[in-house]
Design a protein around this ligand. Structure first.
Ligand code: LLP
Length: 436
């Protein structure tokens, strides 16, 4: 069911109450304003301009803490790619999480944040020589290898018994979007369990005197809704651990825990996950008579997605067969609708009134630059209005581009009524700096 169907387009005199579960904790309406982290959206837009990516620090910290509390025996590793930003990495460090980086660039941010190297895991399905050298030079605790070439390269570069984890493709379909499905055969990630490549990779790492195998890793996809997919993954991974004849100290189940984007969608069942995954792990290890490995998980989206809200200013309204509401951002700050068909809720800040479904579009030179379709907005929506889009904390700042040489928006952290930029707005000077 679309949002437009849920919210009738006519005869609704007032704005609906805030959609449950989508907005940062404590977000509320005050008069006609939308208050996030104790700061009004109207003030945020006036002070920092639009588009503006607002991030509620309290929500991020609460969610990070919730993972730690739910799985105290596990190492919770924040997937740094979901929101690459030194200040966010510092919050994670102070909440006791580890950090997953997937390139030398993300590692540079981690270093800028002063993130302890012993809690950094280097990922990346294709690592360049520079990525591997940076990881070794800065002493990241573990490197997750993803090809035979990489095992050979790392073996040659490493001098000190670098701890290594092997990425395995368990053959589990997490039933999510094809672009973020990574647990099945015939895609580029990991060593296949079914083909025997994973077993071969284990033997190759063990043969390298400069490497030390500490664990196995898998990541079945992103925006995964079903706990059963993780249960099945655990069964298969423990089967591999039992059959490989090598002591495996760590089992990293990756991330992928879903976040709600639209009204009515539920959050990831973290309690169910902990109960069922823990139970399956213990049962399978007992069955195969192998020691229970230390568990690692790598949440990204589920920690930061719902902590983010993007504010846009309406630039123009175009009436035709459909009503297009054009804003001052677009696919350069949110390519997710174009990439994955992602859907978003939208709210007009500052005014209610009878609503009608509109198509919210960006400012870029592509017909596909659509941010949200069929969104109910007040029928008199006009240039100058402020729109707020929730669930923009994960993979928005991370995926942003300079298409059409549009400057990327800032990320403004809010907490207890205080707003401060943690990523500043890009300027034309920034753009020009790279051109020779
Ligand atoms: N661990 C590994 C090895 C990963 O590759 C990822 C995400 C994660 C953990 C965290 O997954 P999460 O908990 O955030 O779902 N750009 C896409 C998402 C790509 C996910 C890439 N890998 C999007 O905007 O939906």
């Amino acid at each position: 069911m679309t949002l437009a169907e849920l919210l009738p387009s006519t005869g609704c005199a007032t704005e609906p109450v805030l959609e449950e579960g989508l907005w940062p904790d404590g977000t509320h309406l005050s008069g006609s304003d939308l208050v996030i982290g104790g700061v009004g959206a109207t003030r945020l837009a006036a002070q920092f301009g639009t588009p503006c990516q607002v991030l509620d620090e309290t929500t991020v910290r609460h969610r990070a803490r919730a993972f730690r509390r739910a799985l105290p025996e596990a190492e919770v590793v924040f997937a740094g790619k979901s929101l690459p930003c030194p200040e966010v990495y510092r919050w994670m460090a102070s909440e006791g999480l580890s950090l997953d980086v997937s390139s030398a660039g993300e590692l540079a941010l981690a270093r800028a944040a002063g993130f302890p190297a012993r809690r950094i895991v280097m990922h990346g399905n294709v690592k360049t020589g520079e990525d591997l050298k940076a990881a070794l030079q800065h002493g990241v605790s573990r490197i997750v290898v993803d090809s035979f070439d990489e095992i050979a390269q790392l073996g040659a570069l490493s001098r000190h018994g670098q701890e290594v984890v092997i990425r395995v493709t368990p053959g589990v379909d997490a039933r999510t979007h094809a672009a973020v499905t990574t647990g099945v055969e015939d895609q580029k990630f990991g060593f296949s369990l079914a083909s025997g490549a994973a077993l071969e990779a284990i033997l190759r790492v063990v043969e390298q005197p400069s490497l030390r195998l500490v664990g196995l890793h898998c990541h079945i996809g992103s925006q995964v809704r079903h706990v059963a997919s993780y249960e099945e993954t655990v069964r298969r991974m423990v089967g591999l651990i039992a059959s490989c004849g090598v002591r495996v100290e760590q089992l990293d189940l990756g991330g992928g825990f879903c976040a709600p984007y639209l009204p009515g969608e539920s959050s990831f069942d973290l309690f169910g996950f902990t109960q069922r995954v823990r139970g399956t792990l213990n049962y399978e290890c007992a069955l195969h008579r192998v020691p229970v490995p230390k568990l690692l998980i790598e949440p990204g989206r589920s920690i930061v997605a719902n902590a983010g809200v993007t504010l846009y200013r309406v630039c123009a309204v175009k009436h035709g067969a459909r009503t297009f509401v054009a804003v001052d951002g677009g696919m350069s700050d949110n390519p997710r609708p174009a990439l994955y068909g992602a859907k978003y809720a939208v709210r007009l800040v500052g005014r209610g009134g009878a609503r009608k479904p509109v198509t919210m579009v960006g400012r870029h030179c592509e017909a596909g630059d659509v941010l949200a379709e069929d969104v109910p907005l007040p029928a008199d929506v006009h240039a100058g209005d402020l729109l707020a889009v929730p669930v923009t904390g994960a993979y928005h700042h991370a995926l942003a581009s300079n298409y059409n040489q549009v400057c990327r928006p800032p990320v403004v952290a809010v907490r207890d009524g205080v707003a401060r930029p943690i990523v500043r707005r890009e300027t034309e000077e920034d753009l020009l700096r790279r051109y020779v």
